[in-house]
Design a binder for this molecule. Structure first.
Ligand code: ZN
Length: 232
């Protein structure tokens, strides 16, 4: 029996991302793996994150199929189960076309090191030419926690949804910094970035960011829709 709590968590993540302004259009999905099974919960493609309801969160197998033949999620869903098969350490994935995330992805590289939080992505980001798992697999290495797809959007992933969604919120911030800061803005030196990475590994920042996303979701949800608190 699949865990309904995880279904609720997918919905919670969709609403938190919507509150943050990351889900105004069609496209993007959140998923959570069912431990020990070749199944995961994810959202349907037919609604924006702002419109998502519990019945829009559906269970798929590792072929991207629902038990209900009427449910068609997205032709782009395959990388979710592809990543789950390649990376046993990944149990949750967030993919959006957030405005700043997409603008940064078009640069085709990691975000520049312009803030402590950018160091999460330093050396841990794959660049894939498209969202096919055949493209992502050779680009991704163990330990990567983000995938940037130029002219499309980005993916974050983690051991749980707290990490995957916390990283997505963080990527949104550092992507905006990257895109808007002048080209000659000095970047954090490598040794400084490495020291920050050590500090962040001990911090509870991503869990706290998830809690913040949940509070934003609560503030932004009127009982039917989530109205973004932040616009890009
Ligand atoms: Zn996409």
């Amino acid at each position: 029996m699949a865990d309904e709590e995880q279904r609720e968590l997918v919905l919670q993540a969709c609403r938190g991302l919507a509150a943050q302004g990351l889900g105004p259009g069609i496209g993007g999905h959140v998923s959570i793996r069912i431990p020990g099974e070749e199944l995961y919960w994810t959202n349907k493609l037919s609604k924006s994150f702002e419109e998502m309801q519990l019945e829009d969160i559906v269970l798929l197998d590792f072929h991207g199929r629902s038990a209900d033949p009427e449910v068609i999620v997205s032709p782009g869903i395959d990388f979710h189960h592809g990543i789950y098969q390649l990376r046993p350490d990944v149990n949750a994935i967030v993919h959006t076309h957030g405005f700043w995330i997409t603008a940064q992805a078009a640069l085709g590289r990691e975000p520049r090191m312009l803030h402590n939080m950018a160091t999460y992505f330093k050396g841990r980001t794959a660049i894939a030419p498209d969202d096919e798992i055949e493209s992502i697999a050779p680009a991704m290495k163990d330990g990567d926690l983000a995938i940037i797809i130029p002219w499309h959007g980005s993916i974050t992933m983690g051991e749980n949804i707290q990490v995957a969604a916390g990283l997505h919120h963080t990527l949104d911030y550092v992507a905006r910094l990257d895109v808007t800061a002048p080209a000659d803005t000095p970047e954090m030196p490598d040794d400084h970035a490495e020291a920050v990475q050590v500090l962040l590994a001990k911090a509870d920042y991503l869990n706290l960011t998830w809690d913040l996303l949940c509070r934003k979701a609560e503030r932004a949800f009127d009982g039917q829709f989530t109205t973004p608190l932040v616009t890009p």
